[in-house]
Design a binder for this molecule. Structure first.
Ligand SMILES: Cc1ncsc1CCOP(=O)(O)O
Ligand SMILES: C=C1C=NC(C(F)(F)F)=NC1=N
Ligand SMILES: [Mg+2]
Length: 214
């Protein structure tokens, strides 16, 4: 089993509607820049569905594996299983961890979105491999986003979940990284900071340079 805390350092999340460019070229640039984990999150306006979504997912997975980066699918457990993804990320109102575990290989990575200590505690009990914590700052990338929890929210959840791998998410830019790691996260997850950067490669490299491989 790879070291999940190291993988969570620079975690890009992207779907086809998070960039006006070809998502595969953005992803390849980000991989060259040093992202350590990738999540395919096809959601919101103009999101792909069915065969088109599956084909893009397979191409993204192949690209991630070319750079030895694990490939995670958001929400869609069936798609993740179908294409042999390395894991899945689910929210509070998606499929529960127990039922995912029953369907997936034993080293399958299962991530859960959390916003507070109660949800984080439940994720630990359910056997999540990591939790996303946020939104840390305001963001307009996700429609139904909750109120920002700030660095205090990260610190509080870290004190609740002990050693569980934690990645912070929500409105994160390069200048935020040091404070977020200091507050107790193992890494940062971003959508727009990389997918909408002039150079996704440079954006990824900058984020990676700020988080030392523990
Ligand atoms: C998926 C998600 N979950 C909480 S905030 C968010 C969006 C993060 O996007 P960005 O990094 O552009 O703020
Ligand atoms: C809503 C989300 C919250 N957190 C994460 C991650 F960063 F992967 F933990 N991914 C999501 N899709
Ligand atoms: Mg979800």
């Amino acid at each position: 089993m790879m070291n999940l805390k190291r993988c969570l350092r620079v975690y890009l999340i992207m779907g086809s509607n998070n960039t006006v460019r070809d998502p595969l070229s953005v992803l390849e640039e980000a991989l060259k820049g040093g992202i350590t984990l990738f999540q395919y999150r096809e959601k919101g306006a103009n999101a792909k569905v069915g065969q088109e979504k599956k084909e893009l997912a397979m191409k993204m997975k192949r690209l991630c594996h070319k750079y030895s980066v694990p490939f995670i699918v958001n929400d869609d457990v069936l798609l993740a299983l179908e294409i042999g993804a390395d894991g899945v990320h689910v929210g509070q109102d998606d499929e529960i961890v127990a039922s995912i575990k029953a369907q997936c290989p034993k080293d399958f990575i299962i991530g859960v979105s959390t916003t507070n200590s109660q949800e984080a505690n439940q994720a630990v009990k359910d056997g999540a491999d990591y939790i996303g914590v946020g939104p840390i700052y305001a963001t307009d990338t996700k429609e139904d986003v909750k109120l920002p929890i700030g660095l205090e929210g990260v610190a509080e959840i870290r004190s609740t979940v002990g050693d569980l791998p934690i990645v912070a998410i929500g409105g994160i830019k390069t200048s935020h990284v040091a404070g977020i790691i200091q507050a107790g996260a193992d890494g940062v997850s971003v959508i727009s900071a990389i997918s909408q950067a002039k150079s996704p490669k440079i954006a990824a490299r900058q984020l990676a340079s700020l988080i030392n491989p523990s």
